[in-house]
Design a protein around this ligand. Structure first.
Ligand code: CP
Length: 320
């Protein structure tokens, strides 16, 4: 694997391989000294043209735990503000010696375009409404471990609820979950569903109450108001009434059901309960797993089989 641009480039075997690799990284992260030399000598650049809390910090942490050198490119204080093009920015940083760029950009397709301008590996950390492949991987890992799934997701029913139209997470998760065999239902008002949704391998519902008692995973999405040009719901209060996770809906979830959210959450809108009070809340587990999944991805792109043996050996010799 040279790049990770689109979760659709990975089949079930490839996703399963990365999730298995993540198990090793979880072991590393549980050590008193969570660091291995696997990517010593490699340089990873975090290039975020859009805001991020989770993805940027977890890629930064992941690269450092594998002993890579990390450059964090701050767009707000860069020559982008003097008109430097994306191509010149990439070629300039590449000239310093870079093995991987982790790229977040508001334009769909920007990470793919960047592959034309550098020999470094490119990891898509979210591009427009298009893709967020490491979010999909960490969500798969969280479901696999949260529901103790060792194989595929056959028989699982996952509801993804909210602003599907503007969501790169929804697009990536639908591909990953269905590739692993899950049944996915998208739950949203018609105004928050993309016109092409009938071509996706999903069912569609506008009635969360009809589903909430039978699903295995309730995956809530943020109302992405910064990407909306029009008012797509009459009011946030009405949205919460129809599609939010309220106390009444939380009480109807099956005992084993997981509640997930990619963050950042709109408390009181899609998340109308305190997730800390939900036994099935995976919200912070998703964040924790994000570091291990991103270690697995960087290792897969920049490491080698020999170095994986080093990670495993170090796990067995230094784990408490
Ligand atoms: N889930 C996610 O991508 O969060 P950030 O925007 O904070 O990175």
């Amino acid at each position: 694997m040279k790049h990770l641009l689109d979760i659709g480039d990975l089949d079930a075997v490839a996703i399963g391989h990365l999730l298995d690799l993540t198990d090793h990284m979880v072991e590393v992260n549980q050590r008193p000294m969570p660091k291995v030399p696997a990517l010593r000598g490699k340089t990873v650049v975090n290039l975020f043209f859009e805001d991020s809390t989770r993805t940027r910090t977890s890629f930064d942490t992941a690269a450092r735990r594998l002993s890579a050198d990390v450059m964090n490119f701050a767009v707000s204080s860069s020559s982008v503000n003097k008109g430097e093009s994306l191509r010149d920015t990439i070629e300039t940083i590449t000239a310093m010696g870079v093995d991987a760029f982790v790229v977040r950009h508001a334009s769909s397709g920007a990470p793919l375009q960047i592959t034309q301008w550098t020999e470094a590996s490119i990891v898509n950390a979210g591009d427009g409404w298009h893709q967020h492949p490491t979010q999909a991987l960490l969500d798969c890992y969280t479901i696999r471990t949260g529901l103790h799934r060792t194989g595929g997701f056959d028989g699982l029913h996952i509801a993804i609820v909210g602003d599907i139209t503007h969501s790169r997470v929804a697009r990536s998760d639908v591909q990953a979950f269905t590739t692993l065999g899950a049944r996915v239902t998208l739950v949203a008002p018609p105004t928050l569903l993309p016109p092409e949704v009938h071509t996706w391998p999903v069912e569609v519902s506008h009635d969360l109450d009809a589903l909430v008692g039978e699903i295995d995973v309730l995956y809530l999405l943020r109302m992405q108001r910064e990407r909306m040009r029009d008012a797509l719901v009459p009011s946030l209060r009405e949205y919460t009434t129809l599609y939010g996770l309220t106390t009444a809906r939380a009480a109807r979830l099956q005992p084993h059901a997981l509640v997930m959210h990619p963050g950042p959450m709109n408390r009181g809108v899609e998340m109308a309960v305190d997730p800390a009070e939900l036994p099935g809340s995976m919200v912070l587990h998703q964040v924790t797993n994000g570091v291990a999944v991103r270690m697995a991805v960087l290792f897969e792109l920049l490491g080698s089989g020999t170095e994986l043996a080093t990670v495993r050996d170090a796990t067995t010799t230094t784990a408490p």
